[in-house]
Design a protein around this ligand. Sequence first.
Ligand SMILES: [Zn+2]
Length: 303
Amino acid sequence: MLRAFQLLSSSSGFASSPLQRRKPLLRRNNLLLFSLSTTARSSSSSSSSSRAAAPILFPSVSSRRSSLFRSFRISAIRPESSADDASSTSFSSTLQPLESSSSHMRKVSFCQWCGAATKQAIPEGDDKTRTICTVCGKVAYLNPKMVVGCLVEHDNKILLCKRKIQPAYGLWTLPSGYMEIGESAADGAARETWEEACAEVKVLSPFAQLDIPYIGNSYIFFRAKMTKPQFSPGPESLDCRLFAPDDIPFDSLAFSSMFVALNLYIEDLKAGQIKFHYCTINKRPGSDASDIRAYTLGAHLQA
Ligand SMILES: [Zn+2]
């Protein structure tokens, strides 16, 4: 989740964000209420900062949200998202953090197939320590989670949702959540937008893929537009609003991923061209999950 930096002005308007009209990818889905049990590892924190859009390469410390997270300490396999963990992992989990180099990953103590205890060992032919069942020998591979969401543009504004769930209760986010088995990333992004903002959207184009290796999440954000100008808070949201670029609440955003995505978007607006971005968000190890500016960007590619 870094230190002194100069704030960029976010005074640019929406230079040009042509919204194309395409066939809707998704009709409304069943509403799914997720019981969130995720939290984030917390540690230190520090000062806050102003609201302006910030340069994404050298974010500052902003930890006024740290108290929100402290009571939600778990292992951080998914501290950045809002979706549930109807986990696809092959082992049941005790949600105990590992205190090794992979301390941010979830410890799996029991085998999903046979229930026996697991052990940490390097499987034959592998070169990494894995969680292996002591009875049936199956390996529990831990793979990154995909988080998908929409950057909904309407009247030169962006739709944000205020979270009604932890972590990051009361903070603003792009509508997003964990991609589910059986759906595409675009479908998942539209579904999450419906669930969190009751907004039916057409996905227009990919906008960014942001990997956060430290917590094993990869985000894909799509530009989208509402099929009709209606939205309202879903069961996971306290509020939904359209924000002009200058009014985006950068000091009250829920996650680093949102901070980066919205800064990239605003920078593109200023430049007059919305691009596609790929980059990694390298969280500062040990930083407070609520400190959304405690990161550096790596491997930033754009097209
Ligand atoms: Zn087993």
